[in-house]
Design a protein around this ligand. Structure first.
Ligand SMILES: [Zn+2]
Length: 244
């Protein structure tokens, strides 16, 4: 109980404090599809589903688990990482070791972010421009650290991004086949289209029988085609915050 209260309080704090406000001006309603942890099935099937529809997504990578076991299963390897990057997807930073940032001080958080950015830059020739908080855990010192090195940072607080947004806490809703039905996703897309807003979804593995935090290839394909049919642009997160 206390734990739940504490978590909720931290969530409220992350939303309201250490804000980095920016005005979001979009030509069109927009969907960003984001994949955390570079699960091998996201790196293979997920990327392929997006490419088949002519769109690209954002993959939040931990250098420390590439080619090994990630938080929720096996990660794609370095060759796959290069291939996904070369195909035009965004490779974002998710800390080096998938650290719980609440357990680290500001220097420790900065070190996790920098080590991962350098690891990625050494392999891809480019530093990541956006960050996703591991486990969605967002101490205020992590918001500040993220904005010292990235254009934007994504949390796991559902809701549309519209008007004045917090660059250090981009709202994102789960895309999880186990607990998100298409009706709800359709409503979110319709609202984004109506308000010319930015809908960000996050998921993990992409396979026919996904884990609790993953999505089926069919659901992934359905949501991105529903967004395109509603007139949305589908673009990587880091590209959206860079401007039209
Ligand atoms: Zn993660």
């Amino acid at each position: 109980m206390l734990d739940r209260l504490r978590r909720r309080w931290r969530g409220e704090l992350a939303k309201r404090a250490a804000r980095f406000p920016a005005r979001l001006a979009l030509d069109r309603p927009t969907l960003s599809l984001t994949f955390d942890d570079f699960h091998v099935t996201a790196a293979e099937t997920g990327a392929a589903v997006l490419e088949a529809a002519g769109v690209r997504g954002s993959f939040y990578v931990n250098g420390g688990t590439i080619g090994g076991m990630g938080e929720l299963g096996p990660s794609g390897d370095e060759a796959r990482l290069r291939a996904v990057h070369a195909a035009g997807h965004e490779i974002g930073c998710h800390s080096f070791s998938h650290a719980d940032l609440f357990r680290l001080d500001a220097a420790g958080i900065g070190a996790e972010m920098d080590r991962n950015a350098q690891w990625l830059a050494a392999r891809l020739g480019a530093r990541p421009v956006s960050f996703a908080y591991p486990y969605g855990r967002t101490p205020l010192r992590a918001k500040r650290a993220a904005m010292a090195g990235y254009r934007a940072a994504r949390g796991v607080q559902p809701g549309l991004n519209a008007g004045e947004i917090d660059l250090a806490y981009i709202r994102a809703a789960p895309l999880e086949s186990a607990r998100r039905d298409r009706e709800l996703l359709a409503r979110m897309i319709a609202e984004a289209a109506e308000r010319r807003a930015w809908l960000v979804l996050y998921t993990h593995d992409v396979q026919p029988a996904p884990g609790p935090y993953g999505v089926t290839p069919d659901d992934l394909d359905w949501v991105l085609r529903a967004a395109l049919a509603a007139g949305c642009a589908v673009r990587p997160l880091g590209e959206v915050v860079a401007g039209p």
